[in-house]
Design a protein around this ligand. Structure first.
Ligand code: G3P
Ligand code: MG
Length: 376
């Protein structure tokens, strides 16, 4: 439905062409953060609706890039569209774990332990990406309850979300999709596997002082804080990363200059900005051609070789992720006061925005359109 509403008007071939040409002429685009920019928890940020409507009206391409996730891109698009009241396509969504779909075809990532999210939602997301043998901590606890003595699962959770697994099959990787819901279980099982013999549960490798864990771990989001309805920022997936790294260092007696190795996705890392850049180019192409189909995803870690955009504006609320990443990877950065950042001294921030600080997303969009000589 939403995709249909996004299709170009079909009045006449000529008007379609004019519309497409308008899109193709734009050499700038927007990438919006979600939490603290468009919404806070379940509530919209009032400025989000007119800001996105203005861009639709002026046919400026934009996508949304969040460090959140735990659901499919379609579910996220529908969720945001419902809160903000503006149609959003799944092809406009980059969640923290969206780039992981590019790893799914690699047979060496079968079987994977997926962490985070509500119920068994991330199992469905991982399967939709193409991972075949997807295990969640609840499956392991169902099979071996004593592995997590203080787990919080009820019989109803096992009935609804757990599947029966052969616990002797080795794990090949751990993918942290989203914030843990039963932190104590996730902390325990992740450390068990990182320190196992080749990813087999119930084993413990003999060698210590290794920066490389027994199996690779991918953190899709390193935000220590994010913004919801509460008055102060809340801990995000980055807090789980810190706990995991600290425990790993402790168990492995790493020296102060040593650290557990891992693959990091999400903002502020290059891999994520490169992936989002591909998605933005694909989205622009869909708008121009009026064909809305699943794009071919790039190999992980490859930047586009050519781009129609002179400027990409990252609009965010978190200096450490949104702004830092944009500055590091050649985008313009725009900081808002509606989320993690409030009114701190700019010079004290991890990164300073290159295109200004604004009270909200509408103010920012208006100013950037003006700078790019769009007549409002
Ligand atoms: O858990 C979500 C959070 O870490 C950040 O979301 O949209 O501000 O990148 P966002
Ligand atoms: Mg944010």
């Amino acid at each position: 439905m939403i995709l249909n509403r996004l299709r170009l008007p079909t009045v006449s071939k000529l008007s379609q062409l004019a519309f497409a040409r308008n899109y193709s002429r734009k050499d700038f685009a927007f990438v919006f953060d979600i939490d603290g920019v468009l919404i806070r928890g379940k509530d919209p940020i009032a400025a989000a609706t007119p800001a996105l409507e203005l861009l639709n009206e002026h046919r400026v391409p934009y996508i949304l890039m969040t460090n959140g996730g735990g659901v499919s891109e379609k579910a996220k698009a529908d969720h945001i569209a419902k809160i903000v009241g503006v149609p959003i396509s799944p092809w406009q969504i980059v969640q923290s774990h969206t780039p992981l779909r590019t790893l799914a075809n690699d047979r060496k990532h079968n079987r994977v332990l997926c962490i985070g999210g509500v119920g068994d939602a991330v199992r469905h997301v991982a399967k939709s990406y193409g991972f075949e043998d997807v295990v969640l901590p609840i499956d392991i606890v169902k099979a071996i309850p004593s592995i997590s003595p203080h787990h919080m699962f009820k019989q109803d959770d096992f009935d609804k979300y757990a599947i029966d697994i052969d616990v002797n099959v080795p794990f090949r990787a751990i993918l942290v999709f989203n914030d843990p819901r039963d932190m104590s279980t996730d902390v325990q099982i992740v450390q068990d596997l990182l320190n196992s013999q080749d990813g087999v549960l119930g084993t413990k490798r003999k060698r210590r002082r290794l920066e490389d864990p027994a199996i690779p771990i991918v953190f899709s989001n390193s935000d220590v804080y994010y913004s919801n309805e509460y008055s102060l920022p809340r801990f995000g997936q980055g807090a789980f990363r810190i706990i995991t790294e600290e425990l790993y260092s402790h168990i492995n007696q790493l020296r102060p200059h040593e650290a557990m190795s891992s693959l990091l996705c999400g903002k502020p890392f290059k891999l994520q900005y490169d992936f989002a850049h591909h998605v933005l180019i694909d989205w622009r192409e869909m708008l121009i051609t009026n064909k809305f189909e699943q794009p071919k995803y790039p190999l992980l870690g490859t930047a586009p070789t050519a781009s129609p955009f002179k400027n990409i504006y990252m609009v965010g609320d978190n200096p450490a992720s949104d702004i830092q990443g944009a500055n590091d990877h050649g985008w313009e950065s725009v900081l808002l006061r509606t989320g993690v950042y409030a009114d701190e001294d700019l010079s004290s921030l991890e990164a300073q925005p290159t295109a200004g600080v604004f009270n909200d997303v509408y103010d920012a969009v208006l100013e950037i359109l003006r700078v790019n000589k769009v007549k409002i």
